[in-house]
Design a protein around this ligand. Structure first.
Ligand code: PFF
Length: 443
């Protein structure tokens, strides 16, 4: 069975695909916005601490589960819990799978906005002002058209398989994303006002650091950014050969993700100050005037004021966000697709079609009841499902999974001090830390 399973053909392909999953709207939009609102460098500092103490171990646990079992997330969790509570493992896997569908249902809507904004400056360039304006203003019709387009783009990659689709496209798109990001940073940092933004970002305001809300926001941001808790990383981990040097691979994924979030701050926060310098209102009472306004109003107005080069910058900026969203979308799509292929024996093309149809229904339901559902789905996923799934991973890897688990095998641990330390950390420290933070979120 295992030799007929599709998979990544190189370690680099795995790292790029996983980094592609991790690096998304959360890095380029979410992180800089949160940093700007929460003490700049202080947020960065807390984010780094939370990533090291909790998110990195959670990412390790998730990828380890996939890699050791070489199965899709539902089968992996069922297998890992087989001795103690197989049903619980299976239900948890299915909850994770629902998390992936929830993630896709709102993420593809936002990604559709990015696509529309990528096209808007192009229409503007060709003198189609009305169409350009329509593309740049939010409307239900825009959602109804662009969300399915984005779902189709993701499906077009996933249906080509792990090596032929996911690995190939991640390896193409990630370097483009990096080039665009660096190019944009280089341009924005030369504009008047940018240095003020750099100062706010890089000089920490430690007075905000004791705020428990800051720690909670940083944790939510770190989990979302590293794509932990919905099985996307688990399924990718299952596509590399068992027993590869996971510690190094996981650390490089987390390092790339954190680096890009940091670098995106060097673009967005200085850009805000460039906009302010050009006369736009950006902050009120020391807070950004609105997360949505930042990307869809303040920055487009800034690009507009730059003349024709602004059209190019605007297209590049939103194309960057669209690419980041696309590589994130495909990992979540792969979770239910792998489940249907392996457990229900459905072929990949049909499985991709079925998952895309479900995501379409989910996203159109959110579009239909946008005011009620959009924020609620994001909140349930990021503040409840992702942390609880992580807690479950720690419990599985540290306690429930015995046979075939290096991290609970005393004879392996006796010989490998590093692994023993990691095992104990995942077993004792992570669940306690996570519970403390989770209780803070819930109450
Ligand atoms: N990590 C992605 C981001 O930062 O935008 C979001 C994400 C992707 C979350 C994939 C969950 C997931 F499975």
């Amino acid at each position: 069975m295992s030799n007929t399973r599709d998979g990544f053909q190189s370690r680099l392909g795995f790292v790029l695909a996983s980094a592609g999953s991790a690096i998304g709207l959360g890095n380029i939009w979410g992180f800089p916005t949160q940093a700007a609102n929460n003490g700049g460098g202080a947020f960065l500092f807390v984010y780094l601490v939370v990533t090291l103490l909790l998110a990195l171990p959670a990412l390790y646990a998730e990828i380890y589960l996939g890699n050791q079992t070489q199965k899709n997330p539902v089968s992996a969790l069922t297998y890992a819990c087989r001795d103690k509570m197989p049903k619980v493992g299976r239900y948890a896997g299915i909850i994770g799978l629902c998390g992936a569908i929830m993630m896709l249902s709102f993420y593809t809507i936002v990604a559709g906005w990015m696509l529309a904004h990528t096209l808007s400056p192009i229409f503007q360039f060709f003198g189609q002002t009305e169409a350009a304006q329509w593309l740049a203003s939010s409307s239900t019709w825009r959602n109804i058209i662009f969300t399915p387009i984005f779902i189709i783009l993701g499906a077009a990659i996933v249906h080509q398989g792990v090596h032929g689709g996911i690995e190939k496209w991640s390896s193409r798109l990630m370097p483009i994303l990096l080039l665009m990001l660096f190019g944009l940073i280089g341009y924005i940092l030369q504009q008047d006002g940018a240095s003020e933004g750099l100062a706010l970002y890089l000089i920490p305001d430690f007075s905000q650091i004791t705020d428990p809300e800051l720690i909670v926001s940083a944790m939510g941001q770190a989990f979302f950014s590293l794509s932990i808790g919905v099985g996307g990383m688990m399924v990718y981990g299952s596509y590399i050969e068992k027993g590869r040097d996971l510690g190094k691979l996981v650390t490089s994924i987390a390092a790339l993700d954190t680096f890009i979030a940091f670098i995106a701050g060097l673009l967005i926060i200085p850009a805000l100050f460039v906009a302010q310098h050009a006369g736009q209102e950006v902050f009120a009472n020391n807070k950004l005037i609105g997360e949505g306004q930042l990307i869809f109003q303040i920055l487009p107005t800034l690009f507009d004021s730059m003349g024709s080069i602004g059209l190019l910058i605007a297209t590049a900026f939103f194309a960057l966000l669209s690419i980041a969203a696309l590589t994130s979308t495909i990992s979540s799509t792969e979770v239910p697709v792998a489940f249907l292929i392996e457990e229900k024996k459905i072929n990949r093309q049909k499985a991709t079609l079925m998952v895309s149809a479900v995501v379409l229904v989910g996203s159109m339901t959110i579009v239909a009841f946008f005011d009620v559902l959009f924020g609620a789905v994001i909140r349930v996923l990021t503040t409840i499902m992702q942390p609880l799934m992580c807690l479950f991973y720690f419990i599985v890897v540290g306690w429930l999974w015995q046979r075939g688990n290096k991290l609970t095998d005393s004879s392996v641990l006796a010989q490998n001090k590093g692994l023993a330390l990691l095992g104990n950390y995942l077993r004792f420290v992570c669940p306690v830390l996570l519970t403390i933070v989770f209780i803070n979120v819930a109450f």
